[in-house]
Design a protein around this ligand. Structure first.
Ligand code: SAM
Length: 400
């Protein structure tokens, strides 16, 4: 059986973590969009056959199942959601169509395309022609990195402001291709596994251009070429490249966070899941969701001690977060209300996934209220609550 076909035989634990991250996010996401009666497009670019051989649902059925449950139980009158899937392999596509067709679902429209490019073009077209407020969620889960293209993220962002992306960023596959095409002596740690991704073909020049397209520029080249062989250095490079990619995405979306998905019981990374959104609530929900997933799937590691990347939390990391919070508060306009959620989401996007949102408020924003730098816009608001992200704050002028 070919490698990529093995993927759908039995769901691996890291795929379950990825599914859990998606499912836990879609529950409040679908609720929010349907309650506001907005038009929704759900895009799954790399859909697979829908069902694994072991009977577990793939990403298209997971999303449709959550949507159905929500609409039937909470909002049966909502019917403005279109689900756009794409799958390159004809037999997988046929299985997917059958799996969707044999289930009753509340989605107003489902479509299955033969390529994610076609699918993306259809979503952009729908966005251009709709007269309603459109929200769109993009789930991008390819094998490896060969099908990624930073230009597509720009296309999505430029055409749909209210879009969110959850992207599988397979950084080990990326490093392998960089080392290979640029003849870099980069020792790959022996427990790094690649799985199913396709190998790049073509001349070195074509392969380099392909990497530029995936990453949105040639910024990676200097980082890769200054790499010194060694296991620790390998993970440092992986983090540096992923961070830079995340920062570039943050030039398009206000809030971008990432979670490494590892092989259970080890720190060996399979890929990163990156979330991009312009909505503070979305960033906060995903932050809290990532923390729960990490604890759930790696019970031996406690997020009371480590951030999502396994870096120790505590005095120096906390100082860093506190300094970033200070800068954020210092740039708040005077006399204008700002929601706690916006401050917290900015803090998360700038410092990464560390603490739950309510904990971030308590630890890093409360001191500014205590010192009188900010105050609650409503003096009667419960001053001990740091879990209501709607609470508004005002920055005080000194001496006022
Ligand atoms: C990692 S699997 C997706 C798994 C799926 N998200 C799930 O959770 O069940 C990637 C899928 O993308 C498909 N694929 C690869 N290139 C594609 C393309 N250009 N357009 C659409 N699908 C593609 C592969 O055949 C494979 O089924």
């Amino acid at each position: 059986m070919k490698q990529d076909r093995k993927f759908f035989v039995e769901k691996k634990s890291w795929s379950k973590t990825k599914d859990d991250l998606l499912s836990a996010y879609l529950v409040p996401y679908f609720a929010k969009i349907s309650m506001r009666a907005e038009k929704l497009i759900y895009f799954d670019g790399f859909s697979g056959p829908g069902l694994f051989h072991d009977g577990s649902s793939g990403s298209p059925l997971i999303a449709l199942g959550i949507y159905d449950k929500h609409v039937k139980e909470h909002n049966p009158r909502y019917n403005d959601a279109a689900f756009f899937f794409s799958e390159k392999k004809a037999d997988y596509r046929a299985s997917l169509e059958e799996a969707i067709g044999t289930r009753m679902h509340a989605a107003s429209e489902t479509a299955v395309f033969a390529s994610y490019e076609e699918n993306l073009a259809a979503v952009v077209d729908a966005a251009r022609t709709t007269s309603k407020h459109l929200s769109a969620f993009f789930y991008i889960d390819p094998f490896g990195i060969i099908d990624l293209d930073f230009g597509h993220i720009k296309t999505i962002r430029n055409n749909i402001t209210s879009s969110e992306i959850l992207l599988n960023f397979c950084s080990p596959g990326l490093l392998r291709e960089m080392f290979c095409v640029k003849k870099i002596n980069g020792m790959v740690p022996k427990d790094v596994e690649y799985g199913n991704e396709m190998r790049f073909e073509g001349s070195d020049e074509q392969r380099t251009l392909r990497l530029d397209r995936i990453l949105g520029g040639n910024w990676w080249l200097e980082m890769a070429q200054s790499h010194k062989s060694g296991t620790d250095n390998y993970w440092d490079l992986e983090k540096a490249i992923s961070d830079r990619y995340r920062q570039n995405a943050a030039n398009l979306y206000t809030y971008v966070i990432s979670m490494p998905i590892t092989i259970p019981g080890s720190k060996t990374l399979k890929y990163r899941m990156m979330h991009m959104t312009n909505h503070p609530d979305g960033c906060i929900t995903m932050n809290d969701n990532m923390i729960v997933r990490k604890r759930h799937h790696n019970p031996q590691s406690s997020l009371f001690d480590e951030d999502i990347d396994g870096e120790l939390l505590g005095s120096s990391r906390d100082d860093e977060i506190q300094q970033t919070a200070e800068k954020l508060v210092a740039t708040m306009p005077f006399d204008r209300k700002i929601q706690l959620g916006v401050i917290i989401a900015k803090l998360i996007s700038a410092t990464g996934v560390t603490y739950r949102s309510s904990e971030l408020g308590k630890r890093f924003i409360a001191p500014f209220e205590h010192d009188g730098v900010i105050q609650r816009a409503d003096p009667h608001a419960n001053s001990s609550s740091w879990s209501n992200n709607r609470i508004e704050f005002i920055r005080r002028r000194m001496g006022s």
